[in-house]
Every structure is written in structure tokens, then in C-alpha cells.
Unconditional design. Sequence first.
Length: 449
Amino acid sequence: ATAGYLWINQYPYIRDNSSWQSDVDLTGIFVGIIGCMIAGVAFGLFWMEIMKRYASTIIKTMLFLNIGCWIAVAILGLIIGEMTLTIIGIVFAAFYALFSWCIWSRIPFSSALLSVSSSITQTYGGTVFLSLMVILFDVIWIFVWGACVSAYYLVVDEPNSFVIFLLLVSFYWAFQVNQNISHTTTCGVTASWYFSTELNYNPTPPAFRRTMTTSFGSVCFGSLLVAIIQALEQMVRMAQDQKNQCVACILLCLLNCLEGMVRFFNKFAFAHCAIYGTGFIQSARQTFDLFASRGIQALINDDLTGLAIFAGALIGGIVSAGVGYLLGYIFYNGDSNSDVRIGVPIALAVYGFFVGLLFCMTVLYVVHSSIVCLFVCYCEDPASLSENRPEEYQRIANVKPEFGAINTGRGGNGNAPQRQQQQQSAQQGQRQGYNDGNMYGNNSNKFAV
């Protein structure tokens, strides 16, 4: 959006204004910027296909690479004679090796969820488009918020700390709301897929409509909790000085830990909002029940699938950096100025890495949201997946024998009338022209895995 604005509105002015004239042709820079954005999105879509086919291989490779990186750190410490660095490398390599050994049996389950979620996201690409639009909304909000802050500082001599805190809350709140709208919508789409035999319509618009109406208050409330913590963190950073650095460091550490826990909790609470149409408080209670039963499994699953997604984003950044350098080289290879000939391609490569990382992560975040929803649905009602999507159910249930127990005390909700009620609700939704994930099932808080 920024590149388009500059190209259409500002480039003619810069070209005609002598004070802005430069020997550098800006066309290559604009093409490079746009090319890096496109490369990041394209690679994110390509990585979805890779995850769908080779999810288990990617997760295992990332675990080994993690151990290998710390071993490399230990070797580097030996080479340069830094025993502290060597000890740190050995300790972390041993820790991650132990961690990998402990969770190795969990990899097939996480791989199955990752593969199925990638397939769902590929089928309903509207969720990816919405996730990309979040970036545009964030850019617009930065300009709007920046104008408000500038106006405030112009009319007051001494800014009030409480007003600054409220401004910071509003800044982070908007970002959180935008991100969670995308997350909740994706969860709604996944729930519609989960509780239906087939979808003869695009579930993204109805899911987005539910998010922006019945679930919007829940999204805003949950997002506000994170925004307040982020604003407190920023206030601590602004207040710290040489005298209170130790106290500020401790506070920041505690706030960072609290923010991480609330973010993790909110992901599953918003999934409940999308699936059952409940408010945030009730969804929070359901999430607490889920964590009490399968909290460790949820944490491990989130970590393992996150490895595959981060790997794709990192490679996407590298690919975008290569695209940026290539475009810079094509446009400026013949420039007589050596600074331009060498500097512009390198600058585009650095820019390309970060923008490619951002855009690729934005695309892949949709898969992550789908994984969260699929995990919640399968834990609370595996019977629906067995009846509606038997092929996908077998891919998940065959990972461990106990994952397939859906009609006993160990698995599913063990309540046939409830499942019949779910099916009737689904059929009614189909007759009405939509398949609303909110209407499926009574959450009995009994879990399958």
C-alpha cells in the first residue's frame, strides 16, 4: 500500500521537483519492494503445500537443527577459547535433545493436525486474504494513531502519564483486535469444515460475519487484556533509568511472561467463541477445562507446529531477500555509480528478508489458527470428525490407538443424543444456506485425547 501510494502520488512530484532529483532511477526500487512482497506471499502459499505433504519431516528436521545450532555454539566457544559459551552450548544442546526425546511420540499427532489444517487453508483461501488485509489495517491505524498522538503533544505542555497509557492501550488494542479477527474467522471456517460432510459454499464470509457481530465483543475484550499488558511494558521501558534498571528488568520479565500466557490462552478461548458462539467468559471457562485435561498436549502441539511455520517464514524471508537482490541487480547492474550498483541490491535484499518474513508469517498464521481450532474440536468431539470426515479422522486417530476411542469413557463425549443434536443442527444450518460452526454440539467438557 505504501509503495503504491508513493508511486502514484509522490513519484511525479519527486521527478519534477529539482530539489528531490537524484541520479538513481526509482523504478527499480519500487519494483523490488513490490516483488519482495509478492515473493513472501507466494512462498507462504507454496510452504502450505510442503507442510501438507511433509509435515513430520519438517518438524523432525527443525528439532535436529535446533540441537545442531547449540552444538555449533559449543564448538565455536572451544575455537575462540570462551568456556562460558561452550558450557552454554552444551547445556542447551542437551536440554533440547532431552526435550526432543520426550516429545518424539507426539510428533505424528502434531504432523497430522498440521497437514489437515494446511489442506483446509488451501481450500478456503479467503482466510489468507483476510490475514493479509490485517497488515493494511495496521498500517492505516499507525497513521491515524500517530496523528492523534501528535495532536495531543501539540496542545499540552506536560503530557499526562495516564493519557499516555491510554494512548498506548489504544495503539496495541487495535493491533490485537485486527489479528484476532483473522484468527477467530479462521477458527470459524475450520469449525464449519469439521462439523459438515461437505461444504457447497464459501464458509469464510459467514465466519467473518459472525466474528464481526456476535463474537466481536469477545474478541475486543480478550484483545484488551493483552493490550493493557503491552502498554504496561512500554510504560516500564519509558520510566526506567540508570537507578532502577534492575527493578525494571524484573518487571519487564514478569510482564513478558504474563503476556505470553495470556496470548496462548486467548488463542484457545477465541477458538471456543468461534466454534460454540459463546462469550469470552464462558469460553475462558471451557478453555480452563481443556487445559486441565490436555494442557501439556496443547503446549507441545503448539510448539511443534510452530517450528514448521517458523521454518517456512524464515525460508520465505531468505527467498524474498534473493528476489530483492536479483531485481536490484537487474535494474542497477549497469549504473556507473558503484555505490548505487552495489548498495541498492544489498538494501533491497535486507528489506526483502524482513518484508518476506512478515508476509510469509502472516500467510502461515492462518494455518496456525486452523490447527488451534482443529485441536479443540478433536479433543472435545472426535465423533463428529469420524462421522463427517472419516479420511481425515483416520489420519489423526491412527497416530495412537487411544486417539481413536470415541465411543467409550476415554474418548469423545460418550453421549449419542448430543451427537444426534449436533447433526440435526448441522442439517438445519445447511438448509438455511450456511453451516454455522457456532451451532454445533453441546460442549460437555469431556475430552478425547
